[in-house]
Write a protein that binds this ligand. Structure first.
Ligand SMILES: [Zn+2]
Ligand SMILES: [Zn+2]
Length: 309
């Protein structure tokens, strides 16, 4: 559906990313800036050593996928949020739903979380490199780019760093230190490049995360509101009936009931609602941005280049 004949800028797309970075961010659209909240610096496609010492954040060898060293803080944050939403949803909020809603709560939330886990892990695990990079015989330290010898890392579809011919839309990512097939952007949340090999998985990952977070938001909001309006509707579990004390609440029902203070329930719901709202706004913006890109048959990289010309 998306991509993408050679852009009007042709070879200019292989312009040094170092020059791109130096451009003022003030010329960028608000949407692009919002998108950067998810995938910062998506167009830094060339190691910018320029003949000087190797930059500390450019890996000596090319990274294989999102599990390769070094991890990125955003990647860890994404997994922490996933674990937090899973624990609070399955452990606290769904068991507090009215009894006839609980099976649907477990099934819908379970399907969303499991499908997101599958596509997220697959998008991270795929090596998005250009075919010739993946199948090259020599694997070792990637040379430092010497700008005095070549103006661009990739010229005439040959990458001087990967030392192989690459596709016309491949770009050399400085974070991964390799050429990525149909480069879109380097996503720090996946800690992996997004190219033609994992673009659909990336989109599914965003969509399933948005649906999952939306479901968490609905369930947590229901618990928060009912706690103040009609707490009896949250207390249908056998454990509440056994303890006829309205100040006693339980989490991790029904398997491992743990007594908790009453204030902990709305407090946890409020934190979860805030996190889910923030996540869903950012995910919605990212999804809308990529729908816009697909509609216009652009990659993120091409979009940013166009914004700057
Ligand atoms: Zn390369
Ligand atoms: Zn990359």
């Amino acid at each position: 559906m998306r991509r993408r004949g050679p852009g009007p800028t042709g070879r200019a797309l292989q312009v040094s990313a170092h020059a791109i970075i130096k451009r003022s961010s003030s010329s960028r659209s608000p949407l692009a800036l919002r998108m950067d909240a998810f995938c910062r610096n998506p167009n830094r496609t060339v190691p910018a050593a320029e003949g000087g010492p190797r930059r500390a954040d450019v890996p000596l060898c090319s990274r294989t996928n999102g599990w390769s060293w070094p991890p990125h803080p955003f990647q860890l944050l994404a997994w922490l949020l996933y674990v937090y939403f899973a624990i609070t949803s399955f452990g606290v909020f769904v068991p507090l739903l009215p009894a006839h809603w609980i099976p649907a709560g477990y099934i819908c939330t379970g399907v969303m979380f499991l499908s997101h886990l599958c596509v997220h892990v697959t998008a991270v695990s795929i090596d998005p490199a250009d075919y010739n990079v993946r199948t090259r015989s020599h694997r070792g330290p990637v040379p430092i780019f010497d700008r005095s010898k070549h103006p661009h890392v990739i010229e005439n579809c040959h990458c001087y760093l990967c030392q192989v011919d690459v596709g016309p839309k491949s770009k050399h990512c400085s974070s991964c230190n390799k050429c990525v097939a149909n480069f879109d952007h380097h996503c720090r949340w996946l800690n992996n490049c997004v190219g033609s090999r994992n673009y659909k998985l990336f989109l599914h990952s965003v969509l399933s995360a948005l649906l999952g977070v939306g479901l968490v938001l609905v369930v947590a909001s229901y618990v928060f509101v009912e706690f103040f309006l009609d707490p009896a509707r949250l207390r249908t579990s056998q454990h509440f009936l056994a303890r006829n004390d309205s100040s006693v609440w339980f989490v991790f029902l029904p398997m491992a009931p743990l007594r908790s203070a009453a204030a902990a329930i709305p407090g946890l719901a409020a934190v979860t609602i805030a996190l889910a709202l923030l996540s869903s706004v950012l995910l919605s913006h990212l999804l809308c941005f990529h729908v816009y890109l697909m509609w216009n048959r652009l990659s993120t990289y091409e979009y940013i280049i166009r914004q700057r010309h």
